[in-house]
Design a protein around this ligand. Structure first.
Ligand code: CA
Length: 524
């Protein structure tokens, strides 16, 4: 209640003053910079500080070890564009309007945190993957991939000296180019006297996982451990889990597996390296003529190695950014964050991709370094979310947090002081069905120990005991011994839907995307 009154007073003050007043310059100089490094589809369990069994990410680990690692950062809607829209607005998908990748473009005229940060005296830049279809708003500078963007030689959209949007060509590996552009902005392009917010957003390690020249042969000769649930038969859940189309066994294309001619946009030098890497490996695969499980095991190895190779380039780039911050002394007053738009399946349940409320895709990696404020080596297990990022950035900048944002500033948590009324439960909602990978629409609630999921188009329910069954293989929905928990979570789900103003019926703009569906059918 106290917070509500504070917010109300603040809103009234804002209304009277007609907007957020920029802090005086001297005070502004002391406020920390933020470098927000963000990737697409990087699962926390492919980060060594999160306990990865399959790779090492020394530079992301460094951020975690010198700062705070969040164990339960949950995404509200586990898919690329919607996650980004939530981050920009601090509002759930049904309010910011970007509910699915295949829907309408992000409405950039709405309130977003970069706009508010600018008003508060921050210089803002967005470099890399934007993925919201519309032209970025709220940034002093942007240089973004067009749509998904390719892994090599990406055209990027930026503005020229006259402020007109133009497309520029680039030659090189996209992850390296985005890192270079971020460093170039830090070194040469920002004004320098203002605190800044740099959003450095990679395409990697999004499908179809094309490694860069530096890592084309990383993991050669290494057997990556298989996940426990690679051979899941989905028997313990509703039919939703069985009906998807994201299995390693049946839904990876020749393009995904690098069994075709390779990317068609490489320079001759790049093509030479590519063919030298994949040619002999593919030849050996063809000769082996693997069948059945042996063939699927090979496909898992090919998939996971390419994914991890893409991650290694991201980690290398983070190392370069951290070194630059060290070398220039900027590190001292710069918050460095690493996160990714959702989690991802690294063969768990036999899958690649995301979308589900199950743990692997629900959990976002989220590590934050803030010298002098965050106790190094901290681990936080409160329930936090991408819904909280906008509020946190505004709070860090000393700007007002608008009352219609739905998350909450993480500033007290970063200082090691979680408020006693911090959220104990979390609301999730995925909408993109029909759509790519055929994952049924669902919403649900979790308290971190139990999870209740409603596949509402079929009136199917699942519930999991995350302690006894961390892999979520056996739904306990409807079992009498869990009736009390089921009832409590059911009530909480209703309360959260009302609290977040979720409409009873999905909004009109969720329609099957015919073009996308046709493309998917062709791929099969
Ligand atoms: Ca994504």
């Amino acid at each position: 209640m106290k917070r509500f009154i504070q917010k109300t007073v603040a809103l009234l003050a804002m209304a009277v003053l007609g907007g957020v007043v920029a802090a005086p310059q001297a005070e502004a100089a002391k406020r920390p910079n933020v470098v927000f490094i963000f990737t697409d589809d990087h699962s926390a369990h492919a980060i060594s500080s999160y306990g990865s069994r399959i790779n090492k990410t020394p530079h992301i680990d460094r951020i975690a070890h010198e700062g705070m690692r969040f164990k339960k950062c949950y995404v509200t809607n586990a898919i690329c564009g919607p996650s980004r829209a939530v981050i920009l607005t601090g509002k759930h998908s049904h309010l910011n309007g970007f509910m699915r990748n295949g829907g309408t473009p992000f409405d950039g005229s709405q309130q977003t945190f970069p706009k508010l940060l600018r008003k508060a005296g921050y210089e803002t830049a967005m470099i890399g993957k934007w993925h919201l279809k519309s032209v970025p708003t709220g940034f002093d500078h942007f240089d973004v991939l067009i749509g998904q963007g390719p892994y090599y030689n990406p055209p990027m959209r930026t503005t020229d000296a006259a402020g007109e949007v133009v497309v520029e060509k680039n030659v090189g590996y996209t992850t390296d180019i985005i890192t270079d552009k971020g460093l170039d902005w830090l070194k040469n392009e920002r004004e320098g006297d203002k605190p800044f917010m740099l959003m450095l957003q990679h395409k990697a390690p999004h499908r179809n996982w094309q490694p860069g020249p530096a890592h084309l042969n990383t993991f050669d000769g290494v057997e990556i451990p298989e996940p426990e649930t690679l051979w899941d038969d989905y028997s313990g859940r509703t039919k939703a889990a069985a009906n998807q189309t994201m299995t390693i066994a049946r839904h990876l294309s020749a393009n995904d597996l690098k069994l075709n001619a390779g990317p068609n946009n490489l320079t001759p030098e790049q093509k030479k390296l590519w063919d030298a890497a994949y040619g002999p490996k593919n030849e050996a695969f063809r000769k082996a003529n693997l069948q059945g499980r042996e063939r699927i095991k090979w496909m898992y190895q090919r998939y996971i190695k390419d994914y991890l190779r893409c991650v290694q380039s991201v980690d290398d780039g983070i190392g370069r950014v951290l070194k630059y911050l060290d070398d220039t002394g900027l590190a001292k007053n710069t918050i460095v964050i690493y996160s990714s738009d959702q989690g991802w399946y690294l063969g768990e349940h036999g899958w690649y991709d995301k979308r589900w409320m199950y743990e692997e895709s629900l959990v976002m990696p989220f590590v934050v370094r803030w010298p002098g404020v965050i106790e190094p080596g901290s681990i936080n297990d409160d329930i936090v979310s991408n819904l909280d990022f906008a509020e946190t950035f505004l709070d860090i900048a000393g700007a007002q947090i608008p009352g219609d944002m739905q998350g909450r500033s993480l500033l007290p948590l970063l200082k090691g002081d979680t408020p006693s009324d911090w959220r104990k439960t979390f609301y999730y909602h995925y909408y993109e069905f029909p759509g790519a990978h055929s994952v049924a629409r669902h919403y649900g609630v979790t308290d971190g120990n139990y999870k209740l999921i409603h596949f509402y188009q079929n009136e199917d329910w699942e519930m999991f005991d995350l302690t006894a069954d961390p892999n979520e293989l056996q739904s306990i929905y409807g079992r009498s011994e869990f009736a009390g928990i089921q009832s409590r979570l059911g009530e909480e789900l209703k309360r959260l839907r009302a609290h977040y103003k979720v409409p009873e019926q999905d909004p009109e703009n969720i329609r099957p995307n015919q073009r996308r569906n046709r493309q998917n059918n062709r791929k099969k």
